[in-house]
Design a protein around this ligand. Structure first.
Ligand code: GLY
Ligand code: MN
Ligand code: MN
Length: 442
């Protein structure tokens, strides 16, 4: 019998989650915690549901990422209890009872109805209830998602346990397999839609299991940051391919972007320069570093790349200060990653909920925290030729800083983004994404 490393890593993970919860409950004045996994939402005027997305708090405790109506109950000092929802239902197949070794760490009680679950959690003393408010019916509002408890749990969640890091390594490996298959499909002339299908197949995940909607963008579509369509036919003149697509493992996400050129030339050269620049930025993910500095450094580095390529007439610091880099790189350098693709708590200064401001002029930065060992972030620099931003820059003080002829040559390629998931450690950063690509080729 093979022993899965996650079996060894889960008990200390659960202990860590319990310890964090003990402190958060004590600080917020509660005796217990009730976490509802959530309930599917039914379509308007219809009798079936939107894809179910689990309450991330629930997934933090137990690897049940697709189990609506389950409930976790925790009282400090006691084993956590999972109320496992197995309804009598001949329309749907009830979930199988979980059998993994992790179940030794919890009490499992099977319930058949929502009311049965409610009877259990109503018996718990002064409990904080976490989940979509509707599932808690007429519970006292002060006990439902109390803000000071949530901020403490959200702050702590940025630091991953060994178990969580291993889940994210495995998610990254699935994502890398998807990206490899997607690149092959692109090279074979597939459409955006077909590339998307090959990606899913290689990860062996359904579309609704993806941690976010896949972005598969050819040519000018790559200039749309969250391009949401999947064209059914490939363009006759295929120039560029941007794919931002992830996968999940036990409820933990990866978030990976790669950009490819159809052939050699100026655009392919720029991808190579951006790839080098991105790795320089990944090396900045170190404990004790302020992530806002990573973002500002990324602007300087991108300024230099654009200057070297002749697109900007100034580089580095002046490109940042003049706002010239923001024309081409209008989003943040990254975000927290874990149970959600844009994980909570990105702008928190401390567990009490104070915030760390974004740098002036950088409203889309999702992460402003100090890095510490175990924090997993994305590093996703991009340069794009976005009509609306170029139009604004052409009419303001940035006009003379840009080579417009070169911009026009590059517009048909849309843009470039390269995104890795990186864990800060006590020493060198661990690049979960690059390591995963190496592992799948080994
Ligand atoms: N895939 C969304 C993002 O990169 O943030
Ligand atoms: Mn991202
Ligand atoms: Mn992404």
């Amino acid at each position: 019998m093979t022993i899965d490393r996650l079996d060894e890593l889960y008990p200390p993970h659960l202990q860590a989650v319990m310890k964090r919860t003990d402190s958060a409950l004590a600080a917020a004045g509660f005796d217990a915690l009730v976490i509802h996994a959530g309930a599917p939402i039914t379509l308007f005027l219809d009798d079936h549901d939107y894809p179910f997305k689990t309450n991330p708090h629930f997934k933090a405790w137990v690897p049940l990422p697709n189990h609506p109506h389950c409930v976790l109950i925790y009282r400090p000092g006691a084993k956590p209890t999972v109320l496992f929802h197995r309804p009598e239902d001949y329309w749907h197949k009830p979930p199988d009872l979980p059998v993994g070794t992790w179940t030794r760490e919890i009490e499992l009680i099977t319930i058949a109805t929502h009311d049965e679950a409610a009877q259990h959690w109503r018996r718990v003393g002064r409990a904080a209830l976490i989940g979509p408010p509707a599932v808690f019916g007429d519970a006292a509002p002060a006990s439902v998602n109390p803000a000071d408890l949530l901020t403490r749990l959200h702050f702590d969640r940025a630091v991953k346990t060994g178990y969580e890091l291993e889940c994210m390594r495995r998610a990254s490996e699935l994502g890398a397999r998807g990206h490899r298959a997607a690149l092959r499909a692109f090279r074979a002339g597939a459409s955006e839609y077909e590339v998307h299908m090959r990606f899913l197949e290689a990860c062996a995940q359904r579309e609704e299991e993806m941690p976010y909607n896949n972005i598969v963008a050819y040519n000018e579509n790559a200039a749309v940051l969250h391009y949401q369509h999947l064209a059914r036919s490939a363009p006759a003149d295929l120039r560029s391919f941007l794919i931002d697509a992830g996968a999940q493992y036990r409820g933990y996400a990866c978030d990976i972007t790669r950009t490819h050129a159809a052939g050699p030339g100026r655009f392919a050269d720029l991808i190579a320069r951006m790839d080098d620049a991105q790795q320089t930025m990944c090396a900045l993910i170190r404990s004790g570093t302020d992530y806002r500095e990573v973002h500002l450094s990324a602007h300087r580095i991108i300024g230099d790349v654009l200057h070297d390529a002749g697109i900007l007439k100034v580089g580095g610091q002046s490109a940042l200060e003049s706002g010239a880099t923001s024309v081409f790189f209008p989003h943040g350098i990254g975000h927290l990653l874990g149970l959600q693709v844009h994980d909570v708590g990105g702008v928190m200064a401390d567990a009490a909920g104070h915030e760390r401001a974004r740098p002036e002029g950088h409203p889309y930065l999702r992460l402003t925290r100090m890095l510490e060992p175990g924090v997993v972030v994305t590093v996703e620099p991009g340069v794009y030729w976005i009509d609306s931003l170029l139009k604004t820059a052409a009419a303001d003080s940035r006009r003379p800083l840009i080579d417009w002829e070169l911009v026009d040559q590059l517009r048909p390629f849309g843009g470039i983004r390269i995104e890795d998931d990186v864990a800060a450690t006590a020493a060198d950063p661990e690049n979960l994404t690059r390591n995963a690509f190496v592992r799948i080729e080994a």
